[in-house]
Ligand binder design. Structure first.
Ligand code: FAD
Length: 453
């Protein structure tokens, strides 16, 4: 059979290689480190954790990332078994002893009879063969250029500017209202795709003060701030003048508050629907370098968001990622060149765990294709399925930004109470349903006769 080539031996590439090799496919990993370095990696090991040493919550009943751990363990994932082997005490989180973890991943792959590793930077998209590109947020510039050329310049971003995303159900609609600016849009759906939060002058002034005072993070050395001219952090806009935001993303024009029709708001914060399910809304224009704790505090000052919960907070980082909803098919193949798959953070997921998860799927899907034993579609009710569905179709392509796994990506479970009191039951229902769906999918993989050993 043909070989599978994997470019980039990070979280995603390592897991993809393991899955494919265990299914009986020969794999070549092309990894540029240590020959070519990035500003964040320190070693030549595969699966190096570049920043925090946490895989986040390990709670597989109440937390979406914990559920992803569960699903990867059930699929005999290399990243999870290596993390478990080097687990550090950290309460409910899965903290990892990073160097022995990376060494374990490296050794298990290098000693696998079906895996070989070559140290080289790949700088082109090849014309033939079976390929997975999992070169991550710090994809080398030469390859980044080649990908941009092949996919169209607008389809590859080199920076993310993430506005915070709130769960729709946590927004107080007795204060906020749905309306697009100047009622623009041909359909009712478009005219109600925005949620508006009104501010009085006093609320606006207090908000600006809080923005200016909030703790912020600095850019990493080498990350260069020059990239984000078109998407300044809101706190930088506030520094440029107290009125800047009111004339920018918070302008109060073209909107009428039905709760107080006679009162003109001094400023308005808009949230835009972020996924097809309508469970997630991003705060328009609110990319920020504020620290996470500060963000929650400051954003809850916005009327209507007093009890908001966030599926993800804002950020601005060096990050190479594709506009996956337009470029990738449901199997993570480049629509224009189906012999090439993408996996990991470059597909627009965010985080070690999510990246490894997308590697797991890409490795299995690619190996199944080489072995000519197609797998059934990944179930949307699993955490894996919710993520892959989001990046390859569920997300809005126009505003696509990298996403963490979260329950807002899951189809609602019918017949459960909403609100805070129902949440625990609801999350349990999501995770129960997901585990069942994932286990059934793994069983049907096994029936194709190519279940990883
Ligand atoms: P990586 O793990 O980055 O793997 C990509 C691999 O491809 C690398 O080994 C790289 O050397 C190689 N490569 C790149 N270009 C080429 C090429 N042309 N040819 C051959 N090889 C190539 N996530 C978290 O969960 N927690 C955090 O605290 C966190 N902090 C982060 C801090 C920084 C500065 C950055 C940049 C990212 C951070 N992330 C964090 C995100 C994290 O990097 C990713 O989620 C995860 O490592 C991505 O996995 P990946 O496999 O997609 O990419």
């Amino acid at each position: 059979t043909e070989k599978l080539h994997i470019v980039g031996g990070g979280m995603a590439g390592s897991e993809a290689a393991w899955q494919a090799a265990q299914m009986g496919v020969d794999v070549v990993i092309h990894e540029m480190r240590p020959k070519v370095e990035t500003f964040a990696h320190r070693t030549g090991s595969l699966a190096e954790m570049v920043c925090s040493n946490s895989f986040r919550s390990d709670d597989d009943e109440q937390n979406a990332v914990g559920l992803l751990h569960w699903e990867m363990r059930a699929a005999n994932g290399l990243i999870m078994s290596s993390a478990d082997a080097h687990r550090l005490p950290a309460g409910g989180a899965l903290a990892v002893d990073r160097d022995p973890f990376a060494e374990t991943v490296t050794n298990r792959l290098k000693s696998h009879p079906r895996v070989s590793v070559t140290e080289e930077e790949v700088i082109d998209l090849p014309e033939h063969g079976h390929w997975i590109f999992s070169t991550g947020p710090l994809t080398s510039p030469a390859l980044g250029e080649a990908i941009a050329k092949a996919t169209g310049a607008d389809s590859l971003a080199f920076f993310d500017a993430i506005a915070p995303i709130a769960y729709a159900e946590s927004i107080d609609m007795n204060v906020a209202w749905r309306q697009s600016r100047y009622d623009k849009g041909d359909t009712e759906e478009e005219r109600t795709a925005y949620i508006n939060c009104p501010m009085t002058r006093a609320e606006y002034e207090a908000f600006i003060d809080a923005l200016l005072a909030a703790d912020k993070t600095e850019f990493h050395e080498g990350e260069t701030a020059g990239y984000f001219d078109g998407c300044l952090p809101i706190e930088v806009m506030a520094e440029r003048g107290r009125e800047t935001l009111r004339h920018g993303p918070m302008k109060p024009v073209g909107l009428t508050n039905p709760h107080k029709p006679d009162e003109k708001p001094y400023a308005v914060v808009q949230l835009r629907r972020d996924n097809a399910l309508g469970t997630l809304y991003n705060i328009v224009g609110f990319q920020t370098k504020m620290k996470y704790g500060a963000q929650t505090e400051v954003f809850r000052m916005i009327p209507g968001l007093g009890e908001a919960r966030f599926a993800r907070l804002g950020g601005i980082h060096r990050n190479t990622f594709l506009n996956s909803p337009t470029l990738l098919d449901e199997q993570m193949r480049l629509r224009s060149r189906r012999h090439i798959r993408f996996a990991g953070q470059i597909t627009g997921v965010e985080g070690y765990v999510e990246s490894a998860a997308m590697g797991l799927l890409a490795g299995r899907l690619a190996a199944a294709e080489i072995l000519e034993r197609p797998l059934p579609p990944v179930p949307q009710d699993s955490a894996m399925g919710a993520l892959i569905h989001h990046i390859t179709g569920g997300a809005d392509a126009k505003t696509f930004q990298p996403m963490n796994v979260n329950f807002g990506l899951f189809r609602p479970v019918d017949g459960l109470k909403g609100g805070r009191r129902g949440r625990k039951d609801r999350y349990k229902a999501y995770t129960d349903r997901a585990k069942q769906a994932w286990a059934a999918w793994l069983d049907s993989c096994a029936e194709t006769g190519v279940e990883p050993a």
